[in-house]
Design a protein around this ligand. Sequence first.
Ligand code: NAD
Ligand code: ZN
Length: 355
Amino acid sequence: MYRNFSIVPNIVFGRGSFGQLGDIIAPRRVTEGSYFVFVIDDVFKGKLLEERLPLEGNDLLLRVNVDDEPKTVYIDQLVEQINRYSKIVPDGIVGIGGGSTMDIAKAVSLMLNNPGSSADYQGWDLIQNPSIYHVAVPTLAGTGAEISRTAILTGPVKKLGINSDYTLFHQILLDSELLADVPKDQWFYTGMDCYIHDVESLRGTFINEFSRAYGEKSLDLCRQVFLDDHPDRGDKLMMASYFGGMSIAYSQVGACHALSYGLSYVLGIHHGIGCCIAFDYLDEFYPEGVQEFRRMMEKHNINLPRNVTAGLDDEAFGLMVTTALGLVPLWENCLGPDWEKLMSRERTLELFEKM
Ligand code: NAD
Ligand code: ZN
């Protein structure tokens, strides 16, 4: 069976397009007494971007902290805060930030219309009711969260996304001017998330012409950004992220993402940097990709953290291995249907021990 998947229906692209946000959401301000919620990364507190938000009437500004990647308890708290703020459901949510903030905005927009805890919906197509209208404005490029049908959350027992068609944003606004002040290391790590999406998609067994078309273009854009230092690298990275997300939407990621989930679940290591840490040990899976990745690191003087798993006990390593191997479709994409014969717990543990 071929998947019939939804995509984001409305997209604005261009430098300075953030100035159009107010006009874009205006027709969605439909309910009397209602309001919009602006979910913004607290890194922008007191910055010009906050002043430029098109706040009106009783709109709510919610500054979110993403020092830890989003947790289900945090989503539940934010939903409670909005419900306390007003008995009326907001007309819309705008998420402004990197992958973490975009995922928070997605999850909150779903949970305002679905009962219980966000942890109840970690999985595939468990959401019953459509979300409220939600918009993404990325301020970091690479995760593809702006285009994906998942909101990745760490819950009480697992790190797993809320995957559903309702998770998709209704509108995204891609303005590369917003990338201007990203610290270099973060720019690189989040950008490499995209590069690794492309490599894992293109080198995977699930590859097809749909995913290849997007993946190859995204890879080409990543090379222009990270090897050629192209003057339009902001615009190019925005589009690489979008295309990388489109590529994996119809294929899958692979070994690197599976291992990075283990690092993230046990050590709290963030997604982009975790992918970079893992990828550097995956020559046997992605030989050309890892070589090129190292050239990109060298060009940008990136020093990856080393020995992050040093000193962990057997239990922690065990949990890390279980988390990584639990991501069955990722291994299947990487190694084929017989992946279990190739990817033993011992082999997985050896990889983690090297990191
Ligand atoms: P992030 O959102 O976690 O942010 C990383 C850091 O950069 C934070 O400290 C943040 O405050 C800061 N930051 C963001 N924009 C900035 C700017 N313009 N200037 C200065 N600092 C800025 O980083 P990310 O790599 O974009 O996202 C990682 C998250 O995305 C993880 O939680 C991961 O699980 C999730 N993710 C989601 C998907 C998806 O499809 N939903 C895919 C991949 C990753
Ligand atoms: Zn990723």
